[in-house]
Design a protein around this ligand. Structure first.
Ligand code: ADP
Length: 469
């Protein structure tokens, strides 16, 4: 009994240190809006890098042609081919392939990584035969969608700032990512031109905006997390001479690196960070990214198992970082079998068998606490963007109740965590409503998308072509 009490105490501590009451969420919203502002004023002025993207015009539906995109995400890479006829409704995704990134690549070399991507693309193109509407003599135009922080120097070039999400390929920071890919394609004799380098969030925004011009921001909740939004160029003070015709530019926030002392941090977050490849970095991402949620849950279970006997003898599997994946967290959390068989099955895979019902429920509760915190912080992030652009109902001296003044605002959302984890979505929606209040929330649409970042990057490339020609 005393052992059970110990475990309940650990759970209570976890709940307390993960608490995200509305007041705290509002502080997060303010902190994010303030940091966004600081990051726009000066280079290095904030933990939020607020990177320029050189994207000023978003696709509008008039684009034409065949375009490719290659997307390097945190866990997957994707290749697509789209065919555009100039009419929004006839956007045709002709082919799409998605593969896991082999873990051996994560700490390989630049040459190995880009050669792998080039050879995958070669396979993709060889398969298309004559279905592509392209003659074999036409040079293919490719958008490279890249889910890591890049300092863009133009729409088609930029250097890697740092790796995140478990990638650790040395000697790449400072290299032009588009050139690396182009070099690998050239070495294979492939006639493909890397004509755009696009952050995945920017691709998602492009796709969202293509279908719905009220879309002003995009957020990705996948292996990691990041957001971008459309900002007025005169607010981007750190950029003296932004050459845009539209008066606005997409800004890549790199919000995974957001930090505030008000974030509800637990001992498990501290340990996870200390043992990570990038400690003291990406603090927000480590609380909301799909790569990390499973490992937070694992650390809680491990501690309970070390300090009590309710999980039986300590399993050596449980000691392995990242062995519990976030898809298993959602499977346990959403287990609706009467005996919680899914929880039991996953625990068994972790080397913990024969756990009684009350322990299964306990594990489910841990998943709930960790995911609820993540989803509520994610909602605060979205509300922070809305606040910065004056769409949270508080800005411009407008009264919250003045419905006439509220414009419809769409935020495009994508990523495996969001699309596959219903409880994450529900907690996030609920928190966003709490923060904004019903009056404002009814004007804010969260639009889920799939493959939006890759398709959107191809659309962006198409629209940059149509500007030039
Ligand atoms: P990437 O991050 O590589 O661009 P995705 O956006 O598809 O790819 O996100 C993949 C991530 O989403 C996985 O690493 C995992 O963390 C999370 N995820 C995938 N499936 C689930 C699921 N069923 N439940 C919870 N999280 C999931």
């Amino acid at each position: 009994r005393r052992k059970w009490r110990k475990v309940v105490g650990i759970l209570r501590d976890l709940e307390e240190s993960c608490e995200t009451p509305l007041g705290r969420l509002r502080q997060m919203v303010d902190a994010i809006a303030v940091e966004m502002q600081a990051g726009l004023v000066s280079e290095g002025g904030s933990k939020l890098k607020m990177l320029l993207t050189f994207v000023d015009d978003l696709p509008n539906g008039s684009e034409r042609g065949t375009y490719y995109a290659l997307h390097l995400g945190g866990s997957y890479f994707r290749m697509i081919r789209v065919y555009l006829t100039g009419q929004r409704s006839s956007l045709e995704v002709q082919d799409v392939e998605r593969h896991s990134i082999p873990t051996s690549l994560l700490n390989s070399t630049s040459e190995v990584l880009f050669d792998f991507l080039a050879s995958s693309l070669q396979g993709f193109i060889e398969k298309e035969g004559d279905t592509s509407n392209l003659s074999q003599f036409v040079k293919r135009e490719l958008a490279f969608t890249f889910s890591f922080p890049v300092k863009q120097t133009s729409i088609s070039s930029g250097v890697l700032i740092k790796w995140t999400k478990g990638f650790a390929i040395s000697e790449m920071a400072g290299e032009d990512i588009a050139e690396c890919l182009q070099g690998a394609l050239n070495r294979r004799g492939l006639d493909i031109h890397v004509a755009a380098l696009v952050n995945d969030t920017v691709g998602a925004l492009s796709f969202g905006h293509y279908h719905d011009p009220d879309t002003i921001a995009a957020v990705v909740f996948g292996t990691g997390s990041n957001a971008c939004y459309l900002e007025r160029t005169d607010a981007i003070i750190k950029c003296q001479n932004p050459r845009t015709t539209s008066g606005s530019m997409v800004v890549n926030m790199e919000w995974g690196n957001f930090w505030s002392s008000r974030l509800p941090r637990t001992r498990y977050d501290v340990e996870l960070d200390a043992e990570s490849l990038n400690s003291n970095d990406m603090g927000f991402e480590k609380m909301i990214g799909g790569m990390y949620l499973g490992d937070i849950v694992r650390r809680v279970i491990l501690r309970m198992s070390q300090e009590s006997d309710v999980f039986g003898p300590i399993s050596s599997i449980l000691l392995t970082p990242f062995v519990l994946r976030t898809n298993s967290v959602s499977a346990m959390h959403e287990d609706d079998t009467p005996e919680l068989q899914e929880v039991a099955r996953i625990l068994k895979d972790l080397g913990v068998s024969e756990v009684p019902m009350k322990v299964r429920k306990l594990v489910m509760k841990i998943c709930d606490v960790v995911t609820r915190r993540a989803a509520r912080l994610a909602a605060a992030g979205v509300a922070g963007i809305l606040k910065k652009v004056g769409r949270d109902g508080s800005g411009g001296g407008r009264r919250r109740s003045d419905k006439q003044m509220m414009r419809r605002t769409v935020v495009a959302v994508e990523g495996g965590l969001y699309s596959n984890y219903k409880m994450f979505r529900e907690y996030m929606d609920e928190a966003l409503r709490e923060i904004l209040g019903e009056d404002v929330a009814q004007h804010v649409v969260i639009k889920a998308m799939e493959d939006g970042s890759s398709i959107g990057s191809a659309l962006l490339l198409a629209s940059s072509h149509s500007v030039r020609t």
